[in-house]
Ligand binder design. Sequence first.
Ligand SMILES: [Zn+2]
Length: 950
Amino acid sequence: MTLKYSSSTVGVWLANALVVLSSTAEGGEIEFRNSVGIDTVEIMGSFWALVPLLLVLTLSTVNCYRLPKNVLPEKYTLEIITNLGDHGQNFSFDGKVWIHVLAVEPTDSITLHSVDLDIDRALTKVTVEGDEAGKNLVNGTHYVKKVNFFVIELSEKLLAGNRYVVYIPYRGNLTQGLAGYYRSSYQDRRTGETKWVAVTQFEPSDARRAFPCMDEPAMKAKFQVNLGRMEKYKSISNMPIAKTEPMKDSPGWFWDRFEESKNMSTYLVAYIVCDFEYKSAMTEGKHPVEYRIWARPDAINQTDYALEVGPKILQYYEKYFDYDYPLPKMDMIALPDFNSGAMENWGLVTYSKQSVASVIAHELAHQWFGNLVTMSWWTDLWLNEGFATYVAILGVNHVHPEWKVFDIDSTENFLILMNADSLKSSHPVSVPVRYPSDINQIFDTISYKKGMYILRMMYLFLGEDVFRKGVNQYIKDNLYGNAKQDDLWEMLTTQAHIAGALPKDLTIKVIMDTWTLQTGFPVITAVRDYEHGTATVTQKRFLADVKTDDDDEVSSSDESCWIVPLSHTNEKEVDFNNTKAKTWVACNKTETQVSEMPSADQWVIFNIKATAALRVNYDEKNWDLLTKVLNGGKHESIDVINRVALIDDVMHLAWTKDLDYKIALDMLDYLTQETEYLPWRTALSNLNVINRLLRRTLAYGDFRTFMKSLLTPLVEKMGDIKKVPNGNQAIKLHSLIVSWASRLDMGNCRTQARELFHEWMESSDPDNNNPIPQDVRSNVYCSALKYGGEEEWSFAWKRYKKANVAAEKMTLLSALGCTRETWLLYRLLDLAHKDDTDIRKQDSHTLFASIARNEVGLEIARNFFISNIKQIHDFHGVKASRLSRYLTVLGDQMFSDNELQEYMSFIEKNGEYLKQSQRSVNQSIESVMVSNKWHKAHYKNFTKLLAERV
Ligand SMILES: [Zn+2]
């Protein structure tokens, strides 16, 4: 899947509080049912009092949630008739499933998954394969609701080695729940009619809502799908249609009978009934593949780009993976209602947004990594998602080399994952999971972005050739099967030893287990001996916690350690291309000595191109040398990714009190000379966190003056909103600078935004004719609505309702939340949390976030969430884990003692609604606690430093 919203949010910073949780939470089996009454006032005094409360949210008691392995599925035949509300029908489906199973051990029951399906238990049959008319072995059935089991009890034991057929007729409702087999609608722009679409979304564990099945990724089988539909619809599934025939006794109805699939996991099965149209192209090569892009009839003209890049990326991957795409066709379909950004169903990718290159590249990468070779269990989800995220960058780079995505995407992932992973409540990349709700929660920054980043790390320290050979061998050895991370480690070790890329006494497993099985990442401290030309390197876990004297004991007891491939360069040799390890920092030593340091007046940089996901701290003199070179007009002699790392490190190390804010601010001064996007993006996201912490304080005036002094040269250069520069990075920088300039009221950005917006309002055909440049639309809209009135807002609301381009619709929705008219904010929140309004369910938290980030809206959003928690929870239904996004954005805004106290008491009272968001609850509490601590530890000193500068 592609994540729709990254839970990233720059600035999830952490507290020292939740040590116990991160280790106990996975334990799972402890009985901890009774909530311990806690006095809220006391919570403030002692973190430990909070632990039982959080454990209640975290733990549960059931542990037999996995299917027994005595019976394995080999083939499913599915017959599904879809009723889409025509001629007074309801929205439902009638299904029949035949599951061919192999008994591996003798057993007197068969356990399947099923949720919310109305199974006809009287007609359910189990027979010997080949004798389906023979004796029915069913003796009875029962459900184990808590773990989604449907158990068939048998009248005689199944014999090991024999095959049987399980037959189950059932019915289900096409709900609007965005999971399982569900319905979604769109309004045809040409006729105004509401049209319905039936579509599946099964990952991670919702196939069981569409048909009874063994819904675990390692229980692979072949699928032969038959879809019954009315004549006016089309149907699509993973495989091509083998034949279409009229349905007996049902005039106007047809059966589409699809070819049998390859061996695959249930979560990748997909089918759709709709009235969409498609455009198609054939790929080139030995095994041409038909590539089709589907869209609603009134949006089919938006598919050209996807049809251009999709086949190119598919062919590139065939070469990259050294294995041809194994299916005869590839469909991609843009859907109006979709919970994830996109889903990689084998041969039938579904997505919600405009088909941007990165989404296409991600889902196509899964066709090999995930679909052809699947993780054995969700614990190794990161293998699927980290790999797809990593390979997508290569795919996009192939079709758009001019975008330089390898640098941009890697760096953005680096910044986001480092923030998320410096929380104590973070989790390892490879994470034990037990329940469906656990599974949903690990589709997060750590699995995607840290997963991606540590694959990049291996690529950089092993070299491309070794990395690719290892990956190709891993795929070939596990075709149509399942694998664990250890299988990948083994292949990479073999290739690395053959090529001499790794010392013989080191294996990839030994190195990488320290990165995938442990939470967090290290900070490396390099202290130079200037007299002898050496450096002493030590490591410890980096926690983005503000240190106080009482914390020392807790942090020094953390024994995590990493095997680090450490590269370095210096002012004398300046080589930012060799990313291979010059030194291996081991786990068993307290110090590692590095020689080859330059003379005392020259700088050193460790971790070239931020190869390893870690921070680096230096002695004061080396920081000073680096600050001098950056400020002395020679910042470009340091590689841009290392400039990013220096800025991010210096800001975070100052935050934690590992170095003084004076060093950090002195370094940031060089930004007046910086003209590249990535360093600015890094600096501004760090400063944005401080902006949030200061904007409701007396020091905000000085902070604004400081920000303006940094930004002035670039605003003078790029402050013309209409003058969009050329090149991907320059466009991003322009948009970033414009947004800060209008926030700080620099240049004449606000006036320009207002004028442009009014120009748009005066257009005779505003839905097709928008004079505002694409890249600055979110800034211009937000600024125009913030400083405008009801007239601007109503215009934007109309455009929002009419927009049929998904990205534009989202930009407008976020902008609607920028208004300062409080009654409009109340109205929006209300609309966003009711069924059948103009705001789609899966977009409601985006609007909520926009309102909460608005100075005027924060109070309104917070009160709305607190007063309506039950309603919001019920509204999201099976997707109640979305509440985590509400918590994250609220947590980011709070810092005072009162806010922290109020927030914790709210969480204590509402545990029952937050069960599916336990990780985010922990993370957001940690986040508020640390912001609170920052204020206590830094506010005085930081504001004094600001006052001295302005
Ligand atoms: Zn994915």
